[in-house]
Design a protein. Structure first.
Length: 215
């Protein structure tokens, strides 16, 4: 079978196997995706450049930190790696968007880039130097754009984490200024809607309203 047409993916224990076994057998797969479980083997110094996408539920206390650390290690080793943290999901929770996001990343990483590299190599073997150069430059342009997208994702994660910290501060302030805390939490919920910080702000608001309800 053509390894450039095979993806390896798994969740939970399947994610452990996909990353550990897949990264030991890079010549067999075009890309790897894992959710809620990741285990990196010793990474090669010059890896075959396949994309790897990792994700975990934001409430998955065991694997969410591991995903972030594994993504950083893969990038440092030369892999094209991406990740996602899913607000409101624990280890056992499922969401079809998890795999949609993973395969969108892998498809984007593989489609144009892999075909253009093959054309560039063929042109080089046939000594069509201008064609080889044109294809190689096109690949560089795609990869630079993807790097900007990945940088934007990383910045979004950092911003959302900062929002979580602001939610904690607003919740703590409710002891002395409940009205001000509620207003601040509403602002945070609106500003970080769709992220972990927005979900936590909404939860904190419900908690404050519950505390003030008549008994």
């Amino acid at each position: 079978m053509d390894p450039d047409r095979i993806l390896l993916a798994g969740a939970g224990s399947g994610g452990l196997m996909a990353t550990r076994w897949g990264l030991r057998n890079l010549d067999r797969f075009a890309g790897i995706a894992a959710h809620g479980g990741v285990r990196l083997p010793e990474l090669p110094k010059r890896p075959r450049p396949i994309p790897v996408f990792l994700s975990a539920g934001a409430e998955d206390e065991e694997w969410a930190p591991e995903v972030a650390a594994a993504e950083a290690a893969l990038r440092a080793a030369g892999f094209e790696a991406g990740s996602a943290s899913w607000p409101g999901l624990g280890h056992e929770d499922a969401d079809p968007g998890v795999w949609t996001r993973a395969f969108d990343f892998l498809e984007g990483a593989l489609s144009d880039t892999r075909r253009r590299l093959a054309r560039a190599e063929r042109a080089r073997r046939e000594k069509r130097w201008a064609d080889a150069l044109a294809e190689a430059r096109a690949v560089l342009a795609v990869e630079k754009e993807r790097a900007r997208v990945l940088d934007a994702e990383r910045e979004a994660r950092l911003a959302d984490q900062a929002g979580v910290d602001l939610v904690k501060k607003a919740r703590d302030a409710a002891r002395t200024d409940p009205a001000g805390a509620r207003a601040r939490l509403r602002d945070l919920e609106a500003a970080f809607r769709g992220g972990e910080a927005g979900a936590r702000a909404a939860e904190a608001l419900r908690g404050l309203e519950g505390e003030e309800a008549p008994r």
